[in-house]
Design a binder for this molecule. Structure first.
Ligand code: TA6
Length: 282
């Protein structure tokens, strides 16, 4: 590795630490290929990591950017959000330059994954930082000889100053599935989505760029090849029922997830798919 990329530990779990000369830093857990922390140059950590997150190398880690693959949520027979977030990935590539640092982690099928999901695959998660940007890319290749389908998401937990005081722009006019209201299909009418109750929505055919506005700061969120965007905040009651989050944790987080959920991705033998989410701190 380079002096900008090193192996470190967080709560006893191995992480890759990426740094750039301008002061940007990210921590990526090998468990789940999960970004746990991202501080843009000259800024503060913009990802939420629950102070009650469990780091036992088995449980899903609450916060950062969990990789949901090959199943989003409960939309299928697999464990919730698939198995990728609870597998140990390996570092397959690292690169760094004056303005960037990037690490790629890989996961392939093995006896355990095939027992859950009988397909041969290779997944790569690339994490790049530099300046005010975080670029995340998930690539999936069908390494078997039969087609398969999957759903996926980058389940990004953004750290917010006060959930009730933010606004998400760019979703007006979109259809969404309201998972907090029995999965009803609705249409977004608000200019900006605000959080003042439980929100668990899958917006379809999302535009490539959204803006999260907060008091005195903002975040640009750009997605490619992920047609859906999931907005999630558990609010008071659901948050109280989440064991690895403090009771007031919902005030400090908002998930804005780049997702491919409504239409599963179909991959022919030998074919690859990739999806990307970029965050730009402002
Ligand atoms: O992406 C939103 C969601 O599917 C919610 O329904 C919510 O329960 C959340 O993910 C967290 O899931 P988890 O399995 O990590 O507790």
């Amino acid at each position: 590795m380079t002096d900008q990329i090193e192996v470190a530990e967080l709560h006893g779990q191995p992480v890759i630490k990426l740094q750039t000369p301008d002061g940007a830093v990210a921590l990526v857990s090998l468990f789940g290929a999960q970004v746990l922390s991202w501080t843009p140059a000259g800024g503060e950590d913009r990802l939420y990591l629950s102070p009650q997150a469990v780091f036992d190398g088995r449980s899903a880690i609450r916060g950062g950017v969990p990789v949901c693959f090959p199943q989003f949520g409960d939309r299928g027979p697999l464990p919730r959000h698939g198995f990728a977030r609870q597998r140990r990935w390996v570092v397959s590539n690292t690169r760094a330059g004056k303005e960037y640092a990037v690490a790629t982690l890989s996961l392939a099928d093995d006896d355990e994954t095939r027992a859950l999901w009988p397909h041969a695959f290779a997944a790569e998660m690339s994490v790049a930082i530099g300046g005010s940007r975080l670029d995340l890319e998930l690539e999936v290749t069908n390494t078997g000889d039969a087609p398969f389908a999957f759903t996926a998401a980058l389940h990004t937990y953004l750290k917010v100053r006060e959930a009730e005081a933010l606004r998400i722009e760019g979703l007006r006019g979109l259809e969404y599935t309201d998972a907090a209201d029995g999965g009803r299909l609705k249409k977004e009418t608000g200019i900006g989505v605000v959080i003042d109750d439980e929100v668990d929505r899958i917006y379809h055919h999302a535009p490539p760029t959204l803006l999260l506005r907060e008091d005195h700061r903002a975040m640009g969120i750009h997605a490619e090849n992920f047609p859906d965007v999931v907005i999630w905040n558990p609010w008071v009651d659901k948050c109280a029922a989440v064991a690895d989050m403090p009771a007031d944790g919902f005030r400090r987080m908002l998930c804005i997830e780049a997702a491919a959920v409504r239409e599963p991705v179909e991959l022919a033998a030998g074919a690859s798919w990739w999806g990307r989410q970029s965050l730009v701190a402002m």
